[in-house]
Design a binder for this molecule. Structure first.
Ligand SMILES: [Zn+2]
Length: 216
């Protein structure tokens, strides 16, 4: 919530000419940002980069995040497994239920995600629903031959190596990214009680990045 608010305030102040002292509706902010993008080759001129410590909250997985360790080998069930969010993967010659995690196409979450994807990307057919599918089905849909012959550990290793699973972001990063901003999660632990040397390391990295040459 705070990250969402912070992101919106940043965009009002730096990427629009809206007056922060007045009530601003979300629709007004979105329209103003769209106008700024249109005037700047589709990009917002300013983005926020937040350097965050490595606290549990900052690393907390987002809802339905791509996490192979939470998936079973076989198809999951609503009371036992999370519904993993959809992703994008090049369509393979042999396709199995790429648009919905249920064989009868009845999953409302998958339907909503597909509709959102089509609105953003038109009819590009790389959308892949994951949902309740198990590791074996996912690997099979992504072109692993005879995926059902692998055990869970082997399948987790295969699935975790896919770019989208490997690059999965935390909940906080996902909020920032959705507003066009970024997070750098540093080496430092929670800021209240980090060992002094870890704090020092983070400061050095930051100083190097920002100043280029000099370390103070
Ligand atoms: Zn689904």
């Amino acid at each position: 919530m705070q990250m969402h608010l912070l992101s919106c305030i940043f965009n009002v102040v730096f990427n629009t000419s809206l007056d922060l002292s007045c009530d601003i509706r979300v629709s007004e902010l979105e329209a103003a940002l769209e106008a700024t993008r249109a005037a700047n080759d589709g990009q917002l001129p300013y983005e926020m980069v937040l350097q965050l410590d490595r606290s549990q909250q900052h690393l907390m997985a987002r809802d339905g995040g791509l996490n192979a360790k939470k998936m079973r080998k076989g198809r999951g069930y609503e009371d036992a497994n999370p519904h993993i969010r959809s992703s994008v993967w090049p369509r393979q010659p042999v396709d199995i239920r790429q648009e919905n995690c249920r064989a009868d196409g009845s999953c409302e979450k998958c339907k909503a995600e597909l509709a959102e994807y089509k609105e953003k990307h038109g009819n590009s057919d790389d959308f892949q629903a994951i949902g309740w599918k198990g590791l074996a089905m996912l690997a099979s849909e992504r072109g692993t031959p005879n995926a059902a012959a692998f055990n869970v550990e082997q399948l987790v290793e295969i699935v975790e190596a896919y770019d989208d699973f490997r690059d999965e972001v935390s909940a906080v990063e996902a909020v920032l990214n959705s507003h066009g901003h970024r997070a750098i999660i540093g080496a430092e632990c929670h800021s209240v009680s980090p060992p002094a040397h870890l704090r020092f390391v983070t400061c050095l990295i930051l100083t190097c990045d920002l100043a280029g040459v000099s370390i103070h």
